[in-house]
Write a protein that binds this ligand. Structure first.
Ligand code: PDD
Length: 277
């Protein structure tokens, strides 16, 4: 199986990552996860543009243009004969003796990308999933898709240990997002999701969902809502690259609606499916 290292397609076994790569030591880098359906990249431009924006936010130079990157990714998917799965891309600030200060301009970024087969989570999307709420203990730049995921990992692990699929984070009573997905509620037929500011990652799937709602006369608002609103909502669902559109049927042991995926969520799932086919 092949992967990309700094723009070259190489056998995975040939690749060596340095002990003093800043991604490894500091989490000093950014990443993306892009879906591949039937060999076709889904919303690749949106993901690559967000990668560029994340890189810019941490003063990291992109190793090449997003256009070149996309060409390489298409080639990688073809060489690996990937049908349905994901591409993981990561850029770190490169290799230099450990020091909190950025290295000089002579040190270039380390860019890697590889593919993995991954089916759509069809059973969970059909039946819905259980979740818990957790306090959002992250920093104030959650809009950057940074490699620093420790709070997200702690949240996801807690969810799993409680027999749940995802942890829904809240900050000062306001629901922000999942540990690796965005969350939206439906109240009286209207979809509500946290505004795209510094407190959440502006998910590409979230943006697709908003567009699909707008184009199909489903009322949608980017507005904050409380944990109380969340628990009392008619429907709740997640969106994300690996999660797609996922109904939530239980939060902290309490049933949402009648405990089964709701009609608006089902409609959005259908619209989303049509989008990727
Ligand atoms: N996570 N919020 C967070 C914190 C995320 O990590 C993700 C994606 C999302 C959804 O964004 P998108 O729709 O663009 O995938 C929201 C990826 C899949 C991951 O870390 O594996």
């Amino acid at each position: 199986v092949k992967m990309i290292l700094n723009g070259n397609i190489t056998e995975r076994t040939e690749i060596k990552i340095d002990l003093e790569d800043r991604g490894y030591q500091f989490g000093d880098g950014v990443y993306e996860v892009i879906r591949v359906y039937n060999g076709v990249l889904f919303t690749a431009d949106e993901h690559l543009n967000r990668l560029e924006a994340s890189a810019r936010s941490i003063h990291l130079t992109m190793p090449c243009s997003t256009v070149e990157m996309k060409e390489q990714l298409l080639q990688l998917v073809e060489e690996n004969k990937l049908d349905t799965g994901i591409i993981y891309l990561q850029i770190t600030r490169g290799v230099s003796p450990r020091n909190h200060l950025f290295p000089g301009a002579e040190v270039g970024p380390v860019y890697i990308a590889y593919t993995r087969e991954l089916a759509s989570p069809t059973a969970a999307m059909e039946n819905g999933v259980k979740t818990i709420t957790v306090e959002d203990i992250r920093w104030l730049r959650c809009d950057i898709k940074s490699l620093n995921l420790l709070p997200n990992l702690l949240a996801k692990q807690k969810a799993s240990e409680n027999g749940c699929f995802e942890a829904l984070q809240h900050r000062n009573g306001t629901v922000t997002e999942g540990s690796s997905s965005n969350v939206s509620i439906v109240v009286n037929g209207e979809v509500k999701t946290h505004p795209a500011n510094n407190l959440i990652l502006n998910g590409i799937s979230r943006q697709v969902m908003i567009r699909l709602c707008t184009d199909n006369q489903i009322a949608v608002k980017e507005e904050i809502y409380t944990v109380e609103d969340l628990i009392g909502a008619d429907e709740v669902f997640l969106t994300g690259t690996t999660t797609e559109v996922m109904p939530i049927i239980e939060i902290d042991g309490k049933k949402i609606g009648n405990g089964a995926p709701g009609p608006i969520t089902r409609q959005i799932q259908t619209l989303f499916k049509a989008e990727i086919e």
